[in-house]
Design a protein around this ligand. Structure first.
Ligand SMILES: N[C@@H](CCC(=O)N[C@@H](CS)C(=O)NCC(=O)O)C(=O)O
Length: 206
């Protein structure tokens, strides 16, 4: 059975939502950040990057949110989590690459400045910039990525749980979400879905 290593409220919950959408059998394994379990054995052997998510498959561990989401689609193609249209699927991945390379990284500057600099003053500077960079990302997403109500329009795709999870961080990152009605609609649509309700009931998201 697939095993999802996760921490609550992190990007790993996008995987839990997609697994719920897929109908695949899976079980969850919490990784305790407070105890730095992501950095130590046995987890470090599964994911030497010290991050969640990791999905352990019958062929071994798989990491990186976008890659895991695509893998879930490959295991349950009948669920239509990736559109069959070639351009639409490329647009979905365009959004997902942006989330991984830019938006998630913007957010990480709030608490993880030590990845990029050694001086506390530099961390403070990075933290102070997060509301600006996350607001700019939300603005880009609002104007360019969300057709509405979902990213690709009426059709739900793997990019939606990815953006949904990042959006749950936005207010804490100093973003005024009321400026972004399409993003708020996408979040509300996601919250209606049984997949999101299931991860909330499991206390993976609160
Ligand atoms: N590129 C990775 C990033 C994963 C990532 O940074 N996850 C965060 C949680 S949102 C994490 O595990 N942080 C733990 C740490 O930095 O120690 C992915 O998309 O899977």
């Amino acid at each position: 059975m697939l095993e999802l290593y996760f921490a609550p409220n992190t990007i790993s919950i996008a995987i839990a939502i997609a697994l719920e959408e897929s109908g695949l059998d899976y079980c969850t394994k919490p990784v305790n950040f407070a105890a730095s379990e992501q950095m130590s054995e046995p987890y470090a052997s599964l994911n030497p990057k010290g991050r969640v998510p990791t999905l352990v498959t019958e062929h071994g561990p798989l990491t990186e949110t976008g890659a895991i989401l695509d893998y879930i689609h490959s295991l349950a193609p009948q669920k239509g989590l990736v559109p069959s249209d070639v351009l639409a699927s490329a647009k979905m991945r365009e959004a997902m690459f942006y989330f991984a390379s830019t938006m998630h990284v913007n957010h990480a500057h709030k608490l993880r400045g030590s990845r990029w600099a050694d001086k506390e003053a530099s961390w403070e500077d990075m933290r102070a910039k997060v509301s600006q960079t996350m607001t700019a990302s939300c603005d880009y997403v609002e104007k360019n990525l969300i057709k509405g109500p979902f990213i690709l329009g009426e059709t739900f795709s793997l990019a939606d749980p990815y953006l949904y999870m990042i959006s749950t961080w936005a207010t804490g990152d100093g973003v005024d979400l009321s400026r972004f009605p399409k993003l708020l609609t996408l979040m509300a649509e996601m919250e209606k879905r049984p997949s999101v309700q299931a991860v909330k009931a499991a206390k993976m998201l609160f």
